[in-house]
Design a protein around this ligand. Sequence first.
Ligand SMILES: Nc1nc2c(ncn2[C@@H]2O[C@H](COP(=O)(O)OP(=O)(O)OP(=O)(O)O)[C@@H](O)[C@H]2O)c(=O)[nH]1
Ligand SMILES: [Mg+2]
Length: 329
Amino acid sequence: MHTELFNKLSAGDIASLAKAITIIESNKPEHQKIAENLLNEVSKTKNQSIRIAITGIPGVGKSTFINTLGTWLVNEKKLKVCVLAIDPSSKKSKGSILGDKTRMNELSVLDNVFIRPSPSGGIAGGVAAKTPETIKLCEAAGFQIILIETVGTGQSEIEADNIADCVLLLLLADAGDELQGLKRGIMETADIVVINKADIVNKSLLQTSENELKSALSFLPAKNKGWVTPVIKHSINEKETHKEIWNQIVKFIDVQKNTGNFDVKRLKQKKYRITELLKYNFEYNFLELPEIKKEIEKFSQSSKFKHTEVLDFLKKLIKNWISKNDANT
Ligand SMILES: Nc1nc2c(ncn2[C@@H]2O[C@H](COP(=O)(O)OP(=O)(O)OP(=O)(O)O)[C@@H](O)[C@H]2O)c(=O)[nH]1
Ligand SMILES: [Mg+2]
């Protein structure tokens, strides 16, 4: 089953790609083996893409921006573009997920485009959110640009930085720092800052906002070697501004590659993902084993609950489990 699916998606078949993502997102036991085999196959392929996260508060214009930039990338740059939505904090309502799709009307009808909204009902974050694996499947299907829409709520920027090569933060000139979470350090994770909907504020407010943002950025420790986070004004009514942003993205990726930071970041992301998977497996596989649950029950009854005892108990638990499993093999 997984070989046929893998062959079809590698050939660029969109229906197979969608099916493969559904399988890896599924918690059904019958899907889990197929998902593992599929991801093993995918990990052998060498497909590279540029992963760009677009973040910002609800309604800032992320989907609209993705629609404009994506359409231009497909039509003018002849690139295959994939759009994914992540929502680690499950802040997004069903209505706004539908809103995302309707804001991408122009893009969604093009060939060489794949749009995948967040799983409905929200996702719990961590491993339940299979975005890194979904990205791998999209790359295997030949997508060169992965645009990831994520609601900016504080936590998700950090999530975005753990997934993307470039984080684009969309802000509004007149929304206030508190609302946009600037005080909580959202700007620290941005590689490019965009003042969006530049058409709805007057020129002087726009200029003040740009100056303030530049000044705020200058006080932050540099996130990337050799890169000063630019602040760019953008509006859907000014047709050319997305091109300027694209040029900055390309420039940023070049700098990242030249300084070696690109590979360092990908490696860091891999380590982060492995750690997440380890935590997940420890919690939901190891700690849920009937024999382990029994040991925890026993320990809870006998222990005086000294915190130092817990680590010793854990060491013993793992050691005993290994020797029991070694004896069984
Ligand atoms: N005036 C103006 N309106 C814009 C611009 N970009 C987006 N909008 C409008 O802003 C509203 C929200 O846009 P979306 O693209 O759905 O915003 P979003 O950030 O994806 O929202 P969520 O997915 O709910 O977080 C829509 O009504 C858009 O038409 C712009 O550059 N100028
Ligand atoms: Mg949206």
